[in-house]
Design a binder for this molecule. Sequence first.
Ligand code: SF4
Length: 201
Amino acid sequence: MSNNYRIKEMLLTLQGEGAMTGTAVVLLRFEGCNLNCDFCDTDFTGTDGEGGGIFNTASELAEAVQSKWLSDTNTPNVLCTGGEPLMQLDRELIKEFHAKGFRILVETNGTVKAQKHIDWICVSPKTNEIPVQRSGDEIKIVWPQEKTDPGKFEKLEFNYFWIQPKFDRNYKENLKASIEYCLANPRWRLSIQTHRVMGIP
Ligand code: SF4
C-alpha cells in the first residue's frame, strides 16, 4: 500500500550536473524535505509547479511520468529529486517505473536508506555526518560547507566524488574554493550546474 505521492514538478529536461550531465530525463521533483539547509536553492514546497500535483497511486504517477518522455526507442530515464525523494519513492513506485522500462535515477541527501533496485544513486550530504545511504554511484558535496570535511566521505562506496560550488551570491568565490579543493584533493572532481548555464530547470 502506498500513500499519495506529492509532486512539486514534473518535466522533460537534461540532467545538469554530475556524471549523467546532458542526459535526457523526466525530472520528478517530490515535495518536501527532512532537512532545512540554510543554503538551499530549491523550491520543493507545495504541488503547484509545472506538471506538479497529488497522485493517488504509483501507477497513476508512473503513467504521468511516461507521458512526458518523447522518444519511443531509447530507455526512458526518470530523475527523482526534491526536496528529499526517498521520503516518498517506495517499492511500489519503483516497480511501476521498471514495469514501464524506466531507469530510475535518484538525488538524495543521504539521510534516508534507499529502497532496493534503484538504478543510479547520487548522495549529496548536507552535514558532516556519515550518511545513512553509504553507497551508490556518485557523491556530491556542495562547497564550501562549514564544518564539513569531504575527506570523511572518501572511503564510502561510490564511483564518482564531486565538489560542486554552492550557488549563492558568493558564487565566484565558491567556484574558486571548489577548484582549489579539487586541485589539492584530486580524488574529487569539479561538478558544475550546467543547467544554470543552459537556462533550463
Ligand atoms: S537537503 Fe537539499 S533540498 Fe533539502 S533543504 Fe537541504 S539543500 Fe534543500
